[in-house]
Design a protein around this ligand. Structure first.
Ligand code: ADP
Length: 424
């Protein structure tokens, strides 16, 4: 097997986002949850190893990322792709910078890029500044993120603060000139002592121009967008057979621990269409009440009646999140809510749910781990960055679960209802 691309992602929704772009560009892809114990059996072009390393201590993120790299290189991966969020989610300590530098050291790579651009989802980089839709990152909902508030849109500055190596910029004028100009700019930056460059990209065309310039780069770091330009380096073109999943069965549910703006609209839209929804109260969880049991007691008869998808959510306004965090601590509140939603997702699957939407990157990580999922097959796209996936849960016949892991800010307003219509 020739593994063309070995990918490491810092969260689980990001892994299926990246796998989705690779599948759409024609690659055969498997996503693994964590580092597999043995070799991959399937004949694939790319493996995406999903870690949950975005908000853990930088030293732990480095250790896990290096373990993933070690496994991918043992599989013969020709190029390594470290994937992070298209809103560059990180704290002043990392983990984008520290993990990038650790991978560069391990691989012996003297230059890499860093660009979260994902034009299909409105993430563009101009003069090193990240835009989310029409506003700068620092004016987007990301300023209020519970774990990784982003208050500086200048990615060169943000990344430099996390790195020992010098960070530079390949700007839109160079990108517009194409791969040769990008290669020349990389050579010039290297001469200046720069070893990581943020790359501007305003459109998919920019990403497709960037692709060939990355053909020989042993490490690429980016959001999922850059992935659209890499398969052509191997003569791979989009194909219709990519992304076919088994037929969906069973009951339908949505769980949401995302407090991002897009998720707020999706929760509101779901409720406005008259569908059943149950709000989780973090302060009740903190008080030791059986909120998980209440949610399941609420959902059980609705699912039995065939009411269609039910929604269980902790999605709350920035004010409410801030109030909870000031009483419990930010990371502690987050971990507690994640544990509750993960336990609920397990119990929903025990009740016969076989089509499950999970909203929130960290939340998805917690749910996938609780469900004991090791590997995901990537299926059709629901909205940009969000495909349906298929996993085996347990060993019983018919134990296949259709699952979608939605990053907080992805998806249209009707995502929680639309998703189920996309499945055959
Ligand atoms: P997103 O993809 O939108 O960033 P995540 O799941 O990655 O969503 O992050 C949201 C974090 O906020 C999680 O750690 C989650 O447990 C936490 N959280 C969810 N609801 C609340 C709430 N009501 N109060 C405090 N924290 C919350």
């Amino acid at each position: 097997m020739t593994l063309l691309l070995g990918c490491i992602t810092d969260d689980f929704t990001g892994a299926s986002d990246l796998a989705n772009n690779l599948v759409r560009a024609g690659m055969r892809v498997v996503q693994t949850i964590g580092v597999p114990a043995g070799p991959i059996e399937a004949d694939v072009d790319a493996v995406v190893v999903a870690l949950k390393s975005r908000t853990i201590a930088p030293s732990d993120a480095i250790e896990q990322s290096l373990a993933a790299w070690g496994w991918l290189s043992a599989q013969g991966a020709r190029q390594i792709y470290f994937k992070y969020c298209s809103t560059f989610d990180s704290t002043p300590k990392g983990n984008i910078g520290p993990v990038t530098e650790a991978l560069m050291n391990a691989i012996g790579c003297d230059f890499t890029i860093a660009t979260p651009a994902f034009p299909d989802n409105g993430r563009t980089v101009f003069k090193g500044h990240l835009f989310v839709g029409d506003v700068l990152l620092s004016e987007s909902g990301m300023k209020d993120h519970p774990l990784t508030p982003m208050t500086d849109p200048d990615l060169v500055r943000v990344l430099q603060a996390q790195c020992h190596r010098q960070v530079g910029l390949i700007d839109y004028r160079t990108v517009a000139l194409g791969a040769d100009a990008i290669r020349a700019r990389i050579a010039a930056l290297k001469d200046e002592g720069v070893s990581i460059a943020v790359v501007d990209a305003l459109s998919n065309e920019d990403l497709l121009r960037l692709g060939p310039a990355l053909a020989d780069m042993r490490l690429v770091t980016a959001g999922s967008g850059v992935a659209i330009g890499l398969p052509p380096n191997h003569g791979i073109a989009p194909s219709a057979s990519a992304g076919v999943l088994p037929v969906a069965q069973g009951l339908q549910a949505v769980v949401s621990g995302s407090c991002s703006q897009a998720t707020h609209q999706q929760v509101a839209n779901f409720i406005a269409t008259g569908k059943p929804a149950f709000a989780l109260d973090p302060m009740r969880i903190a008080a030791g009440e059986d909120v998980e049991g209440d949610a399941i007691a609420w959902a059980t008869p609705l699912l039995a009646e065939g009411a269609g998808p039910v929604l269980i959510y902790s999605t709350a306004t920035p004010e409410s999140v801030a109030a909870t965090q000031s009483r419990l601590g930010g990371m502690e509140a987050g971990a507690m809510v994640e544990r509750c939603i993960a336990a609920i997702s397990q119990r929903l699957v025990s009740l016969g749910v076989r089509q499950l939407v999970v909203a929130g990157g960290e939340t998805s990580g917690a749910c996938v781990q609780a469900l004991g999922i090791a590997q995901l097959q990537i299926g059709p796209q629901i909205d940009p960055g969000v495909p349906w996936c298929y996993a085996r849960v347990g060993t019983a016949e018919g134990a296949g679960l259709h699952l979608t892991l939605k990053s907080g800010n992805f998806g249209g307003e009707d995502f929680f209802t639309k998703a189920f219509k996309v499945l055959p």
